[in-house]
Design a protein around this ligand. Structure first.
Ligand SMILES: Nc1nc2c(ncn2[C@@H]2O[C@H](COP(=O)(O)OP(=O)(O)OP(=O)(O)O)[C@@H](O)[C@H]2O)c(=O)[nH]1
Length: 381
């Protein structure tokens, strides 16, 4: 199916497979601060594939930059050697171009001070960061029309295949790109260690620094992401993170670090036991404790190491979880979270989503017992 037809189909929400997370409704006029965030989050009507600019467009996307081929590059990009003296120093301001949708609003974070916006808890951090290596990367066109590059990692602390889902072609893995002894050009192509090509509108020879990317550190949730569970909002969060990272205004790209720590690190079997305890009346924290697990058994050292491998030292983190902010920064603040972008459930914002007593209990426990930075007051009655 041609991309335009697919996107047309995608914009018609009624024709999406029923088990996909509900797409947000068209944007509404913001009314208050919380709504500003909604408004910024709601620009999904645009062509998500157009987010594939920069080197992403080079790599594989058929989408071309909006600049027509006949149009010269902007004056400021021309070397003086090629610029006639009569060329005005400042170009005539062009008419306002097409409105670029704003990126989601972030809240500044400084974890080095107690009032820095990430709670008061101090999660235990690993003393050293794990070693990680990206084994293979491949382009994945998605059902929304956006495109991402899936990076598969191995590491020296477990045997799991942790993943980085990368939006935007200027984010590269150092370990993937490193030349391996004896490999052929075909070997490099097959493991995805290729770079892009020139395209109209490209202005830099290397990969331009476009600011901190949007990052989501996501823990595997088979129930919420694959079998449509309404006990948690994990599937919705994964979809929403991908949507935000694909917005045309999100020039800095995005990374979802997908960690295989199912059930907050206790594994699927134990999580299912916890669900049975929840049906018997426990909340999510009590259920874990009754099974003799910590409330949260996860760690984030792998995420830190993978982000460093992907060349990131400063990020904007999509989360409500204060532990994640401190933990991803690493034992020596190898990474700095510059901003936190809240993940407000879509149904709380009146933007679709779903409601169920189970997910509401899950979110309430996160807020009341785990210090999540969500306002329970905005839960619709
Ligand atoms: N043990 C346990 N794990 C759960 C339960 N519900 C969801 N999970 C797991 O919780 C994890 C989801 O956490 P994340 O999506 O990273 O969210 P978070 O750390 O709570 O914080 P945010 O970044 O704000 O979303 C996944 O591994 C799920 O499998 C539950 O009831 N019990």
């Amino acid at each position: 199916m041609p991309g335009s037809e697919l996107r047309q189909l995608q914009s018609d929400g009624t024709r999406l497979p029923s088990f996909y997370s509900p797409r947000p409704e068209p944007p509404e006029t913001p009314h208050n601060d919380a709504d500003i965030e909604q408004a910024d989050f709601s620009i999904s009507g645009g062509n998500p594939a157009s987010a594939s600019d920069g080197d992403n467009a080079e790599d594989a996307s058929p989408a071309q930059p909006a600049t027509p081929l006949t149009q010269p590059p902007p004056a400021s990009l021309l070397s003086p050697a090629f610029t006639p003296p009569s060329t005005p120093g400042t170009a005539t301001p062009s008419a306002a171009g097409p409105a670029i949708p704003a990126e989601p609003r972030g809240i500044p974070v400084d974890s080095s001070i107690p009032t820095g916006g990430c709670g008061t808890k101090h999660p235990r951090l690993l003393e050293r960061l794990p070693q990680v290596e990206c084994i293979v990367r491949a382009r994945i066109p998605t059902t929304t029309g956006a495109e991402m590059f899936l990076h598969l990692y191995k590491n020296d602390v477990d045997n799991k295949e942790h993943l980085a889902i990368v939006f935007g072609g200027n984010i590269r893995s150092k370990s993937l790109d490193a030349v391996r002894e004896g490999e052929t050009e075909m070997d490099r192509l097959v493991r995805g260690a290729y770079t892009g090509r020139l395209y109209p509108g490209r202005t830099t020879s290397g990969f331009p620094a476009l600011g901190p990317p949007l990052v989501r550190i996501h823990s595997e949730c088979y129930t919420g992401e694959t079998v449509w569970s309404a006990r948690c909002d994990c599937g919705e969060q994964l979809d929403e993170a991908a949507r935000l990272m694909s917005l045309p205004g999100n020039k800095a790209g995005g990374i979802i670090i997908y960690l295989r720590q199912e059930g907050r690190g206790i594994g699927l079997g134990e999580k299912l036991k916890a669900y049975n305890l929840q049906d018997l009346g426990s909340d999510t924290v009590e259920a874990n404790l009754l099974l003799r697990h910590p409330a949260d058994a996860r760690s984030y050292g792998l995420a830190t190491a993978m982000l460093l491998d992907l060349g990131q030292k400063e990020i904007r983190l999509l989360t409500n979880n204060p532990d994640k902010i401190r933990a991803v920064e690493g034992p020596h603040r190898e990474i700095v979270v510059k901003e936190r972008v809240a993940m407000v459930p879509l149904s709380w914002k009146g933007k679709g989503g779903f409601r169920a007593p189970e997910v509401e209990g899950y979110l309430k426990t996160k807020i009341e017992k785990m210090g999540h930075m969500l306002d329970l007051g905005s839960l619709p009655s």
